[in-house]
Design a protein around this ligand. Structure first.
Ligand SMILES: Nc1ncnc2c1ncn2[C@@H]1O[C@H](COP(=O)(O)OP(=O)(O)O)[C@@H](O)[C@H]1O
Ligand SMILES: [Mg+2]
Length: 359
């Protein structure tokens, strides 16, 4: 059974006051002095079952002033999760379906009840399925392969694309009967996910924000495993920035470029830095080392036109205009730069071919 798409992902706020939704973060009350609200961690390996339409409710980030309980800062992270899902759907990269949603919340101190804005990320796995998170796979790989071979590695290797590809390849060969071709398709989808993150400025693809989906009940052996549709994409296109900061950055084009080039890094990186690298450097590395898979990912992301993103943003009921301008500006700049990386790659390729003919 799959999720009934018709009533999901419309950009309108739905009522999520049902026990079917798991709340992943509490709304923080009190002065947090720059700290985000506390996350109530749920590991994907432990998320259970389930019924279609069960989901994870993620509230909008807000920071309150303690004494007067006055709201000071708002974020648009919940819209980020929705926009990421819609972009992914548009270009054919698997992402969990998201709805904008509201939930009742009772303030601990005043006992007043109010509506909290957020989003729901729907759980796609069904009974009998399991999802193994990146961190679980990488730790097993480190213990059983790297340590035994005396190869030094540390936690930053969990975000190193080369280690990720090797670890998932090893894990799939050990835990499944997939064909080589199917394993390659799954590895390709990891590279495509990384390209997606680079193109849309998602800086948070940490090792608990992706996982491999095992579906033992599928008839065809090769359909029993795939990359779980992405979730926790809320940081894309600057949506995780504070509203007042967005307004300030928007005042000048150079500031926007500097902001996204320096802040929206690719969490997945390559050696020697291994993580948190500039997206253009990441794309170049991927093109040089995983050319076919990267070109396939680039074909997809470059398929999204400005008009498509404008349409997606206009679905977002209640989204502040400044976030729309901000995300459009980041998108256009990245798209242009990524196109340039691809052109440079093709020029390099044809120069190499020419050299070969000369010899
Ligand atoms: N659509 C989903 N399907 C299955 N599990 C999910 C989904 N969305 C979130 N989760 C689980 O909830 C955890 C927390 O959600 P996430 O979106 O990553 O929030 P946070 O920003 O707090 O990390 C994830 O690590 C994952 O285990
Ligand atoms: Mg997460």
């Amino acid at each position: 059974m799959s999720l009934d798409k018709k009533h999901l992902g419309s950009g309108r706020f739905i009522d999520a006051n049902y026990p079917d939704y798991i709340v992943v973060r509490d709304v923080h009350e009190g002065d947090v002095k720059g700290k985000m609200e506390l996350s109530r961690a749920v590991k994907i390996d432990e998320v259970e079952d389930l019924k279609p339409r069960r989901g994870i409710f993620k509230p909008m980030h807000e920071i309150f002033k303690k004494r007067k309980n006055k709201k000071v800062y708002r974020y648009a992270n919940h819209y980020g999760e929705y926009v990421a899902y819609r972009i992914a759907e548009e270009i054919g990269v698997p992402a969990c379906i998201v709805d904008m949603a509201k939930r009742k919340h009772t303030n601990k101190y005043t006992r007043k009840t109010s509506d909290i804005e957020g989003c729901i990320s729907y759980i796609h796995k069904l009974k009998g399925d399991s999802v193994v998170s990146g961190i679980t796979i990488l730790e097993e790989y480190r213990r059983e392969v790297l340590e035994k071979q005396g190869i030094q590695s540390n936690a930053s290797d969990n975000n190193n694309i080369d280690t990720i590809i090797k670890a998932v390849d090893w894990y799939l060969r050990k835990k499944s009967d997939l064909s080589n071709q199917r394993i390659n398709e799954i590895l390709k989808s990891i590279v495509e996910m990384t390209v997606f993150d680079c193109a849309f400025g998602n800086s948070d693809r940490n090792d608990d924000n992706w996982g491999i989906w095992f579906k033992p009940n599928e008839e065809d052996v090769n359909q029993r495993v795939e990359l779980y549709p992405t979730y926790d994409n809320e940081r894309i296109l600057g949506f995780m920035e504070r509203e007042d900061v967005v307004k300030a950055i928007l005042e000048d084009d150079d500031t926007i470029k500097r902001y996204h080039n320096e802040t929206l890094l690719s969490r997945i990186g390559f050696p020697p830095k291994k993580e948190k690298v500039n997206y253009k450097d990441m794309i170049k590395y991927l093109l040089d080392n995983y050319p076919e898979w990267t070109r396939s990912g680039l074909d997809k992301v470059l398929n999204l036109r400005e008009k498509d993103l404008e349409d997606i943003l206009s679905e977002c009921e209640g989204l502040e205009a400044s976030y729309k301008m901000f995300s459009m500006a980041i998108f256009k700049d990245r798209r242009e730069n990524i196109r340039q990386c691809l052109n440079e790659y093709y020029l390099k390729q044809s120069a190499k071919k020419y050299e070969g003919e000369e010899l």
